[in-house]
Design a protein around this ligand. Structure first.
Ligand code: NAP
Length: 533
């Protein structure tokens, strides 16, 4: 069994940077990745329309001036192929590929107490061992098919968006069904609508979507961005979400009505998440403020969709704006004005099954050539559940987290020594502008590993008492926000997984500055909450 000081699981944004830091430190390290190449999210999600909704230049790594100097982003919200090229460029530039193993899916990772090491079994049955096991397995990387009878029966091509084929899919003149209307579908639908002969969209719950307002970055603009990188990253450090958008310090009712209205219009005309994260500070916390802004967005949908019945179907009635992830769109609502696009409201006519020819609802059979499942992920914990992590006394992480994740700082779970989570449930990194969040998590973890090495420690473990404290804090942060009351992956709901119908504390909503301060305090107090030996 080949042994390493550290093994990183996952070759996405997080794993690539962690690998770079550990190689730099001179650690013996390897990175294992189940897919055939690197890129994580940006390797898998190849559906048409897939792109950032973080501003590109706020998402990329900040750690290397050379990298910042040489990489040009072409659009404010770069499309998937460009981000994948970027990650390939980083891996090549820092000569990281030679430390990566592809097609190396981790089936199990078992902690061997006597040897104080983790023993991994890969899909190929190969075994590897390490002292420190670092997970960079993503928070939206366990795709979930809907619980609908007959999905295997359909005769034509059908796939989950996460498994969109690598070879181009010919959509031209085809009849296509898309199931789901989350952030993924909202990017996909306008693109498919332009090519399909007929597009039928099956919607269970609509979302509050907002215009992305993407555009090209000119050469001059890129040169300007490059001179402002320090300022841009500093701005991201200040905001809870790690984006450049900071909420307006005013409360909604502190502002006169006409000024408020002008502000709303300005938000709707702005690009990216400003409409969500740069809104009045009480819009995501106070029912009345939220209701007023929600009504404004509802009217925008009514203005953009020609058929009033369709418009009403696209307006959510079970939650307010921004209390679920806001899908950012380009021509989404206008897609419904096309002759070839049809919206099926599953609340009126639920899907009964998938047939050989297409989708059967309680009202009608929709015969199609291709079915696309844009049905989302077993978010935050799914990727962990899909690996058999066995800790002290043979206890699995899956058992421990059966009713929801239990962690200290989102970084460790008691009973799983030397297992370090770089981005996962309840961590600050997992719930921010991902590039910013994971870079900080990797830096913190690298310093921790260096500290252990310098001080002759070989084991780090958290305790249940500190976990309990952290659960309390995570709960408190949920209580501050309206999103804590709404069913979505933010609160751990997934109707396609048995038993996922109650609230789970999956996300850390306290924001990046607060989380950073907490981590700094932990270090100052000699890694408080961790037992080092
Ligand atoms: P999602 O937001 O979970 O949406 C899944 C959709 O499928 C929902 O509309 C859901 O309806 C529907 N659905 C699930 N099961 C169904 C069933 N059995 N029958 C009918 N409909 C069903 O997943 P997603 O759109 O893939 O997005 C997930 C997250 O990925 C986003 O929130 C975002 O954080 C991230 N993402 C990011 C980007 C980006 O940065 N550019 C792009 C895409 C996605 P219900 O709402 O009724 O459950």
């Amino acid at each position: 069994m080949q042994h390493f000081e550290a093994i990183i699981i996952g070759a996405g944004l997080t794993g690539i940077y962690q690998l770079h830091r550990l190689v730099e430190m001179g650690m013996s390290v390897t990175l294992v990745e189940g897919a055939d190449d690197l890129g994580g999210t940006w390797y898998h999600n190849r559906y048409p329309g897939c792109r950032f909704d973080s501003e590109s230049y706020t998402y990329g790594y900040s750690f290397s001036q050379e990298l910042l100097d040489e990489w040009d982003w072409s659009e404010h919200f770069a499309p998937q192929p460009e981000t994948l090229s970027y990650l390939n460029h980083v891996a090549e530039r820092f000569d990281l590929r030679r430390h990566m193993r592809f097609g190396a899916k981790v089936e199990s990772a078992v902690y061997n107490e006597a040897e104080n090491q983790w023993e991994l079994t890969l899909g190929s049955s190969e075994k590897l061992s390490c002292r420190y096991l670092l997970t960079a397995i993503g928070v939206l990387s366990a795709p979930v098919m809907p619980r609908i009878e007959g999905t295997e029966r359909f005769k034509g091509p059908s796939f989950h968006t996460y498994h969109w084929p690598q070879e181009p899919v010919d959509l031209e003149g085809k009849r296509i069904a898309i199931i789901g209307t989350g952030a993924t579908a909202v990017q996909l639908i306008p693109v498919v609508a332009e090519q399909a002969q007929r597009l039928v969209i099956f919607q269970r719950r609509p979302n509050w979507c907002a215009p992305l307002h993407n555009r090209q970055i000119t050469t001059e603009e890129m040169a300007d961005i490059r001179t402002r990188y320090d300022e841009i990253f500093e701005q991201c450090r200040r905001t809870p979400g790690g984006f450049i958008h900071m909420s307006d310090r005013r409360k909604l009712d502190e502002v006169p009505e006409d000024e408020r209205r002008a502000f709303f219009e300005d938000l709707y005309a702005s690009s990216g998440f400003r409409i969500w994260l740069g809104n009045f500070r009480d819009v995501l916390m106070d029912e009345a403020a939220n209701e007023e802004f929600t009504e404004f967005v509802a009217n925008k949908i009514r203005e953009r969709v020609d058929d009033p019945d369709v418009a009403e179907k696209l307006i959510p009635t079970d939650h307010g704006f921004g209390t679920r992830r806001v899908p950012m769109e380009t021509g989404y609502y206008e897609a419904y004005n096309r002759e070839n696009v049809e919206l099926i409201d599953l609340n009126e006519t639920p899907i009964e099954c998938i047939t050989e020819q297409g989708v059967r609802t309680s009202a009608e059979d929709y015969d199609v050539d291709i079915i696309v499942y844009a049905t989302g992920f077993d978010a935050m914990t799914g990727a962990f559940d899909r690996i058999e992590f066995v800790g002290e006394d043979g206890r699995t992480l899956r058992e421990k987290w059966a009713d929801g994740p239990i962690t200290y700082l989102g970084l460790q779970s008691a009973g799983f020594p030397n297992l370090l989570v770089l981005a996962g449930p309840q961590s600050g990194s997992g719930f921010t502008n991902f590039g910013r969040g994971v870079e900080e998590a990797v830096d913190w973890t690298t310093e921790l590993l260096d500290y252990l090495r310098q001080n002759g420690y070989t084991r780090i473990e958290t305790t249940e008492a500190f976990e309990e404290q952290w659960q309390g804090h995570v709960q408190e942060m949920y209580d501050l926000l309206l999103l804590g009351k709404v069913k979505s992956w933010f609160t751990g709901f997934n109707s396609n997984i048995e038993g996922r119908d109650k609230m789970r504390l999956v996300a850390y909503n306290g924001g990046a500055p607060r989380y950073r301060k907490i981590l700094a305090g932990v270090v100052e107090n000699g890694y408080e909450g961790f037992r080092l030996s």
